[in-house]
Design a protein around this ligand. Sequence first.
Ligand code: NDP
Ligand code: SSN
Length: 292
Amino acid sequence: MAEVGFLGLGIMGKAMAMNLLRHGFKVTVWNRTLSRCDELVEHGASVGETPAAVIKKCKYTIAILSDPAAALSVVFDKDGILEEICSGKGYIDMSTVDADTSSKISEAIASKGGYFLEAPVSGSKKPAEDGQLVILAAGEKALYEEALPAFDVLGKKSFFLGKVGNGAKMKLVVNMIMGSMVNAFSEGLVLADKSGLNPQTLLDVLDLGGIANPMFRMKGPTMIQNNYSPAFPLKHQQKDMRLALALGDENAVSMPVAAAANEAFKKARSVGLGDLDFSAVYEIVKVAGGSS
Ligand SMILES: NC(=O)C1=CN([C@@H]2O[C@H](COP(=O)(O)OP(=O)(O)OC[C@H]3O[C@@H](n4cnc5c(N)ncnc54)[C@H](OP(=O)(O)O)[C@@H]3O)[C@@H](O)[C@H]2O)C=CC1
Ligand SMILES: O=CCCC(=O)O
């Protein structure tokens, strides 16, 4: 089996690279904070000293990094991907970024003769650990087909959405909906509590009705215990709301619900909740709703 490169060992990257190793892939990893590679090495990974070194060694390389600045940095900065990408090599960016960022990366890689695929994912820490992500790929179809054995390990379903940008846009639309939902859900929990209802009973009622969903089911119990151990960091959800709102601006789509949700996430970041799970926006909604 060909060696797969993997850049970025945060919450998602660590789980995904571990999964590839567990399924017999040979994986060479890199992370900006190199010590985060140690655990992967214990499970059989090799380490590349730089993104360029990983690209040099591997037929194709996957990355999953925080945000557009990080995604651009590993490509364009010193020791970055552009130094070694060439004909026959592929680069797959699974970070959640905007279409513009993806297009810049795609064009730069094409100018060196390499192949590019964007492939952001739906699903969080647990689906990443369980290989149950939903992969939203777009770009070079041949690279998509080459990476399918890896995608089949990482995810439960892969979509090929056509030209570069479509994967990024799909991911932002999905996360815009999710960010608005968690705000509405938080308001519901506050309203139930303030009007004398048991929030746990609200969760039970919701779960039996037409708006039952895995997010309410997973986050509800931890939210009512004020437990925000991060699966999806709030700072990333706010980044996604910001990028989705920019996509709305470009397309003249009015999104007052998403804009209000974004304000709550920004407020949460401003009071230091950015590294907690995105469901910690509940704390902001509680204060706005007069709860402590
Ligand atoms: N967590 C989730 O549930 C999901 C997250 N996503 C998306 O996946 C991406 C990663 O998320 P997640 O794993 O949660 O994030 P984390 O914050 O846990 O990890 C971020 C990763 O990006 C690296 N990084 C940050 N800045 C730079 C930089 N300038 N140069 C190089 N590397 C950098 C970090 O390195 P270092 O260790 O050195 O800080 C780390 O490896 C994000 O785009 C997020 O929106 C998508 C679906 C679900
Ligand atoms: O981008 C993060 C998505 C988290 C999720 O789908 O639960």
